[in-house]
Design a protein around this ligand. Structure first.
Ligand SMILES: [Zn+2]
Ligand SMILES: [Zn+2]
Length: 275
């Protein structure tokens, strides 16, 4: 049974309008015991004016003030943890400054948990197909996993890697990606996470809408095969109705793949719960 959701957003994220209270109330109604808010901090986010997304940053002082008060308010009903989803980058002109900002942030504030994610590659968010230029889906998938490999190797500011094969969400309909072509990259990524004691996130956002888990069960099985046991679980909810998305069926799937436990974090320290 999963009693904790460790990937959720609130209106502190540029792409969510939901107040922290509404998200927390929903988590309580679902019977979750632990709830971690992980709002987006993507420094150097490229402009996407068509959606009004020009920045993916929030004020950390205000964030801690608000969430610390809510932690007190809901004590006894729900254990609120304060986390963050950091955007990791590999472009040569951005990566060093981004790393400095990420390190400074996690060293300056008492975060419980940090997700490292790749949302931007080569200065664009692959969600925007028109920005792919002349590149094929295969090129984009390769660039994405190369970027993730750079980030897991060079950044140390995170506890889990978020939605590892997130890029597959944006592959055009009708295009099939042969993931065996990228095994040299995904194996290197999974091996690096294991070697460095980092977790791999099981993200249910797409699965809850009828799609696949991120990462896929194939990649999760490979992670187990390579010796990986540390997973975190998150719905990636941006709205209350998405909190704990399909958590009721996840334990059976993960146990089938050979996982017995999942990880939760407090003050960046990992502990495990039975699935
Ligand atoms: Zn994300
Ligand atoms: Zn997220």
């Amino acid at each position: 049974m999963i009693t904790a959701d460790f990937h959720t957003h609130t209106s502190f994220s540029t792409d969510s309008k939901s107040s922290p209270e509404r998200m927390i109330e929903r988590a309580i109604a679902l019977g979750l015991k632990t709830y971690c808010i992980t709002d987006h901090m993507d420094y150097f986010f490229p402009e996407h004016n068509d959606k009004g997304f020009t920045e993916f940053v929030f004020d950390p002082d205000q964030y801690f003030e608000t969430l610390t008060a809510l932690r007190k308010k809901y004590r006894g009903k729900l254990d609120l943890r304060i986390g963050i989803e950091l955007g990791l980058r590999d472009e040569p002109d951005v990566r060093d400054d981004n790393k400095k900002l990420c390190d400074a942030l996690v060293n300056s504030y008492p975060f419980d948990f940090v997700i490292g994610s790749t949302h931007v590659i080569d200065h664009f968010d692959p969600y925007y197909r028109e920005r792919w230029g002349g590149r094929s889906a295969d090129d984009i998938v390769r660039i994405y996993f190369e970027s993730v490999l750079y980030s897991v190797t060079h950044y140390d500011c995170f506890d889990t890697y978020g939605h590892l094969d997130y890029i597959l969400r944006y592959v055009p309909e009708g295009v099939t990606i042969d993931m065996t072509k990228y095994e040299y990259l995904t194996d290197a990524i999974l091996t690096e996470l294991i070697k460095r004691g980092k977790c791999l996130e099981v993200n249910t956002s797409r699965f809850a809408r009828g799609g696949a888990l991120n990462p896929s069960t194939t990649l999760l099985a490979r992670y187990r095969e390579l010796g990986g046991t540390a997973i975190t679980i998150g719905s990636d909810a941006h709205k209350p109705e998405r909190v704990g998305g399909k958590f009721e069926v996840i334990p059976a799937i993960l146990k089938d793949l050979g996982f017995k436990e999942y990880s939760v974090f407090r003050k960046r320290k990992e502990s495990r719960r039975k699935l």
